[in-house]
Design a binder for this molecule. Sequence first.
Ligand code: NAP
Length: 303
Amino acid sequence: MARILDGGRVRDAILQECRPRIAALPRPPGLAVVLVGRDPASEIYVRNKVKACAELGILSETITPPDSITTAELLEIVRELNSRPEIDGILVQMPLPAQVDARQALLEILPEKDVDGFHPCNVGALVTNRPGPRSCTPAGIIRLLRYYEIPVAGRHAVVVGRSDIVGKPMAMLLLHENATVTICHSKTRDLAAVCRQGDILVAALGRPAALDAEYIKPGAVVLDVGINRIADREEAARIFRNAPAKLEAFDRKGNVLVGDTHPLDVAEMASAYTPVPGGVGPLTIAVLMLNTVESAERRCRLR
Ligand code: NAP
């Protein structure tokens, strides 16, 4: 039986660690979230971030400029937040409207307030293994591996996906944990054969249930970053071909969440895995809270 790696437990442990650190600060940490436009998924993410702040005693502020914002106007908002001493973290929710230069916006955030860890200065700190905020989802996965005492050193980790927010920082963090790391992407030849070498397999490609039995080494630890909502019954029937209970759940709700790995095949082949939902998903906001607390600690000590 594969071990299920419960992200909710790890999230709770991270949040628990935040509480006394917040209490020890001379003032509450402050997080500013810039949410441009009315993208429904982004609105849900931001609402969850604000809720997590409120529960921990982190002050949060949401700025909601319209969809029509220009790059210059967004940069002005960021500059204003940079200058405010009570704001420790600034987050610009992605995606941004097409007319806005997202890279420019991320570059404008002061590195010391970049709680997403996306600024090139913080990416440099990651690569050279210096202190600094780490990209939240990959940092959460490292926390999960430690929580469950899963050995990483010397093992072959295969990361599928090379995005700046997940794949690349994940690979770097695993390297710092002394894994031997392979990064795969859409041009990788014979992806299945490469994935089958992974003692640890991280799926972050954004393709529902794409990595099935053919891609998983028996006994591997599988960490699934993917979050895909399936609303097409044929697709759901293909994925859950041997799981009538799952299909019944689909029929009741009209949709189902799946990761980037095949849920039934993973459960059969892995020694341990993160389920979707309930695996990697809960970790991201918890690490965002931790990054905000750490930023406040660094900034309060400066004064
Ligand atoms: P992304 O920016 O779209 O990057 C996807 C990566 O996967 C790219 O590097 C791409 O390769 C690669 N890829 C795409 N199709 C592939 C294929 N058929 N074979 C091999 N590689 C392929 O996605 P992302 O932002 O990293 O997110 C990945 C997944 O994680 C998504 O499902 C997203 O919803 C989820 N996510 C979850 C959380 C969380 O909190 N749990 C956080 C962030 C993201 P190329 O570079 O060659 O195009």
